[in-house]
Design a protein around this ligand. Structure first.
Ligand code: PFF
Length: 448
């Protein structure tokens, strides 16, 4: 790995950074909400199967392209290509991923900004700034602009510092904090009245729902979003991994962490919902369906925290800090996609590129904030329901149909000399060629 490009100094650095990208609002809020709306434990079961058997193989395809290319997503894709049409195809897929990452960041930062303002609110209350505390949890344009700007500002500051001093260093600090906070909060919620019912709803699957088409599709979409696939992010993170590292095992470890944290988040949120219900907070609408995700996090949980008395202020602070940390380790990966592209393809200094791209994304976020009613959903659906599955599918097609099998083997053997005789190599090439593109195409067709 060249000194000027930077790269992860250790396998743990990569694992923390890639897991940091994967673990975010999608896991800690999206996964529990989907679980609650899709039959509880049945969704958990399907998600676990799909994450390991479909998302992990696609994730490996992206990591491999990156480590082979040792460059940003566009250049790496083009290095795999041979003919000129393949190179153009590679450009389109790589650049599509870069754009998709930027689009995701533009709406993700707004929601992360809400998490930040909800984290500051208990502090304002503790300091007896009652009016300010109220302002912090009221949806207004100035508040949204302020916290979106703060969140993107933090993301820019980390990415300006590069791979080792920025992404690796901060992911290594933030990820363990996140896991510790999560476990402490779970322990606390379990002592409360009502948690047992939530625990049962989360862990007792209704097997009859497992083959429900909507459930399968939601679980697959959730697994792809959660592993940050189809965004150029895992290609660029793959390019920062040293050739001596065993990619098959690193990828599996990151998938395991991502899935475990989603599982832990479910263990916190689902019982917390039932605790809230026991305290008189409405979590199910009249028709028995779950109150929508966003209102759950911003109304039900604060109500739960309020009921805890003084200690609730600390719990609320802990929870929203946890959400902010999870969002930050994801947002830095989203910004790295476009930044690495501009730095390497257009020879612009990293600090300058980070600031320009970060500010451009912030401007888009502000436009979204001003037109929140329709634009937030529009950009989220465009990037996550259309962009991500399509680009991830093309990455699998690229590896399965364009990249020569022997060249893939040569790349994957570096850091894993035994791979040729492993179960992974017997199954994965076939999987990535046929099963992954077909499964993603099915999700995509459904989302249309
Ligand atoms: N994986 C992140 C989450 O679960 O919240 C979201 C994400 C990060 C999506 C990075 C896309 C991306 F490029």
């Amino acid at each position: 790995m060249s000194a000027s490009r930077g790269g992860f100094n250790s396998s743990i650095g990569f694992i923390m950074a890639a897991a940091g990208s994967a673990v975010g609002l999608g896991n800690i809020w999206g996964f529990p909400t989907q679980t609650a709306s899709n039959g509880g434990a049945a969704f958990v079961l399907v998600y676990l199967v799909l994450a390991f058997f479909l998302a992990y193989p696609a994730f490996m395809a992206e990591l491999l392209i990156g480590r082979y290319g040792q460059a940003n997503a566009v250049t790496s894709m083009q290095k795999v290509a041979r003919t000129s049409w393949q190179k153009r195809f590679g450009f389109a897929v790589g650049f599509g991923g870069v754009l998709c990452a930027a689009l995701i960041l533009s709406f993700y930062a707004i929601i992360a900004g809400w998490m930040m303002s909800y984290a500051v609110e208990p502090l304002a209350k503790l300091a007896s700034f009652t009016d300010e505390a109220k302002w912090l949890i009221t949806h207004t344009l100035p508040r949204n602009i302020l916290f979106t700007t703060l969140f993107i500002g933090l993301t820019i500051l980390i990415i300006r510092r590069g791979v080792e001093q920025g992404i690796e260093k901060w992911s290594k600090r933030l990820m363990p904090m996140l896991i510790i906070l999560l476990i402490l909060l779970i322990a606390y919620v379990f002592t409360l009245n009502g948690a047992q019912a939530g625990f049962a709803a989360y862990l007792n699957p209704d097997i009859s729902r497992v083959f429900d088409a909507d459930l399968l599709i939601s679980a697959l979409g959730q697994a792809f979003f959660s592993l940050s696939l189809g965004t150029s992010v895992m290609i660029i993170y793959g390019s920062y991994i040293a050739k001596k590292e065993n990619l098959v095992s690193l990828g599996a470890q990151v998938t395991l962490i991502d899935v475990s944290i989603a599982f832990l988040a479910g263990l916190l949120i689902i019982p917390a919902m039932y605790v809230a219900q026991a305290q008189g907070v409405a979590i199910f609408a009249e028709d028995g369906s779950l109150i929508s995700g966003s209102s759950l996090v911003f109304t039900v949980l604060p109500a739960l925290f309020l009921n805890m008395g003084a200690v609730g202020l600390f719990v609320a602070f802990g929870f929203f800090v946890l959400m902010t940390i999870a969002a930050l380790t994801s947002s830095i990966s989203m910004l790295e996609g476009p930044v690495s592209f501009v730095v390497e393809r257009h020879n612009i200094a990293r600090k300058k590129a980070t600031t320009y791209i970060g500010v451009a994304i912030l401007l888009l976020s502000i436009i979204i904030v001003i037109n929140l009613e329709w634009m937030l959903d529009f950009i989220a659906i465009l990037s996550t329901q259309y962009g991500q599955p399509l680009i991830a599918m093309f990455c699998c097609i690229f590896v399965g149909w364009i990249w020569h099998r022997n060249d893939i083997l040569t790349e994957i053997k570096q850091g894993n000399s035994e791979v040729e005789s492993s179960l992974f190599w017997k199954i994965w090439p076939w999987y990535v060629k046929f099963v992954c593109p077909t499964a993603i195409a099915l999700v995509f067709i459904h989302s249309l």
